[in-house]
Design a protein around this ligand. Structure first.
Ligand code: ADP
Length: 495
């Protein structure tokens, strides 16, 4: 398979890594810029507060509203401070009328008298930004100075443009560097992804070998007990199951062709011989009857195959109805009377009067037929097959037991008994060979009816199959209430 690098997991991992970094670093850049501006603003505010304190020390306003800067002109330090204070300032009276202002302040324009009166009524100073006509931006501290029961509006400014320049320069540098950082991150991501994907690539190569050549191969575990090892173990389990199914299917094809070929050859032989040698009608009749027996066996095999295929592909829909097991068991026992007599196997039963379950009649008949027929087939001469039905009130289950004293099954075969096509290797007693489909079909029928099947067996002593179905309690109780005989709890012998 041609793999596109852009669709590969490695590319996508590296890309996600890069996108994640890009988003993270862009966000981080904006946060950093905000923090830088915050720090600078606080610093400038602190400087303005210092200037404000100095202004309060040097500025006097007399009763008629005349301003006077009181300092010692002979002290060069004081003179310099006052010069600095008078650089960007404006003072107005309570009505908002400007009393004095510096030239640089005038370039920014004055606050409206209404705004000045509002600020004068506030407790705290305001820090605002004002641009001037030359595009410079100033931070201005607007506050109140109280002198002789009069309030004066005093605004002091500081040029904020250099600070803005620092902030902008930082942003430009950061966002120019960003693509390079992201590219480096993407490159690192690419390398990391390769490291991370390396084991996956190796395992994929191993897996390709398994599917390509041989189902008996297994991908070796890496021993790291990580998710990948877990996946490999599951994959090996899957191949194991596939391998088993393939083997079963292969075995089955061999068995089916063998099973079908033998009766066909026999029928053909019988008919050819009859055609060439039979002289009387009686001889022809005998040959045709023998051929019909084999053809019956053939159609039995084909029917079993079709049924199983239908059931397993979900095409078999059950016709559920309230079904009394008792008369049905009697019918099946009657049908099997002759084969049982042939093998000198005694059939007996212990049945209640009624045992009603919700079930598909045809399938339950098939189940009974298979289990009882197996009991007869795999039982020595002069043995017995017993069919018991009982009702367990506490779990409201009806249980059906088919027990024989036949050849039994060795313990190692028991777990596989219900597998498709599983047959216990033939023993010397010459029991008829089947296809190994009967019990797997029985187990499908039990499951489809919400029941459960169990087998217990002792080699040489006999086998018991126990099937439980949910009982139709309503029906049973109704019968009791209607005055019929009690039929649920006790067992009724009826052989
Ligand atoms: P088959 O068509 O071979 O009878 P089943 O699926 O009905 O196929 O049974 C599977 C195998 O289980 C049989 O080959 C047989 O060896 C064993 N088996 C089934 N029922 C009995 C039984 N009552 N006693 C002994 N062996 C049994």
């Amino acid at each position: 398979m041609q793999r596109s690098i852009f669709k590969g997991l490695r590319f996508r991992l590296a890309l996600s890594y890069a996108v994640f970094f890009a988003i993270l670093l862009t966000g981080f850049g904006f946060v950093l810029r905000g923090m830088l501006r915050g720090v600078i603003e606080t610093t400038v505010q602190g400087l303005l507060d210092e200037e404000w304190a100095a202004t309060k020390g040097f500025l006097r306003i007399n009763a008629v509203g005349k301003l006077e800067w009181t300092y010692d002109p002979s002290d060069p330090e004081e003179a310099a401070i006052v010069e600095r204070l008078k650089l960007i300032y404006m003072i107005a009276d309570e009505k908002g009328e400007v009393l004095e202002s510096s030239e640089m302040y005038r370039e920014m324009g004055f606050q409206s008298p209404a705004l000045i009166t509002t600020i004068l009524s506030e407790d705290k100073p305001r820090y605002t930004f004002h641009p001037n006509l030359r595009g410079q931006v100033f931070m201005v501290r607007e506050g109140t100075l109280s002198e002789r029961n009069h309030k004066y509006f005093v605004a002091l400014g500081r040029n904020f443009t250099p600070s803005l320049y620092v902030i902008d320069q930082f942003s430009v540098d950061y966002f120019i560097a960003l693509p390079f950082i992201i590219l480096t991150a993407a490159g690192l991501g690419w390398l990391l992804a390769r490291r991370a994907m390396q084991p996956v690539t190796e395992v994929a190569a191993q897996v390709a070998k398994v599917s390509g050549s041989n189902l008996s191969l297994r991908v070796p575990l890496r021993g790291s007990r990580d998710e990948l090892d877990h996946m490999i173990a599951n994959f090996n389990g899957m191949v194991e199951r596939l391998d088993q199914s393939f083997q079963q299917i292969r075995q089955f094809s061999t068995d089916v062709s063998h099973e079908l070929r033998t009766p066909i050859t026999v029928v053909r032989g019988q008919l050819e011989v009859a055609l060439m040698t039979a002289t009387t009608e009686e001889e022809l009749r005998v040959a045709i009857e023998a051929a019909l027996v084999d053809i019956d066996r053939l159609s039995q095999i084909v029917r079993a195959l079709l049924n199983l295929a239908k059931a397993e592909s979900g095409q078999l829909t059950l016709q559920m109805q309230d079904l009394d097991l008792v008369p049905l068991i009697r019918e099946v026992l009657n049908e099997l009377e002759i084969p049982a007599l042939d093998r000198q196997v005694r059939l007996s039963n212990q049945l209640p009067q009624r045992a009603v379950i919700s079930a598909d009649r045809i399938q339950i008949e098939r189940l009974l037929y298979n289990l009882i027929d197996n009991g007869i087939k795999y039982t020595r001469q002069a043995g017995f097959v017993e069919v018991n039905v009982s009702f367990d009130e506490s779990s409201s289950k009806i249980s059906l037991e088919i027990r024989d004293n036949g050849e039994g099954i060795a313990p190692e075969h028991l777990p596989h008994l219900f597998d498709r096509f599983y047959r216990v290797p033939a023993r010397e007693n010459g029991a008829e060979k089947g296809l190994g489909l009967g019990l797997s079909f029985v187990s499908w029928i039990v499951k489809a009816h919400g029941g459960d099947i169990q087998v217990s067996s002792k080699l040489g002593e006999g086998t018991a199959f126990r099937v439980t179905f949910p009982a139709k309690i309503g029906d049973i109780r109704n019968q009791t209430e209607n005055g019929n005989q009690r039929e649920t709890a006790g067992r009724y012998t009826n052989s």
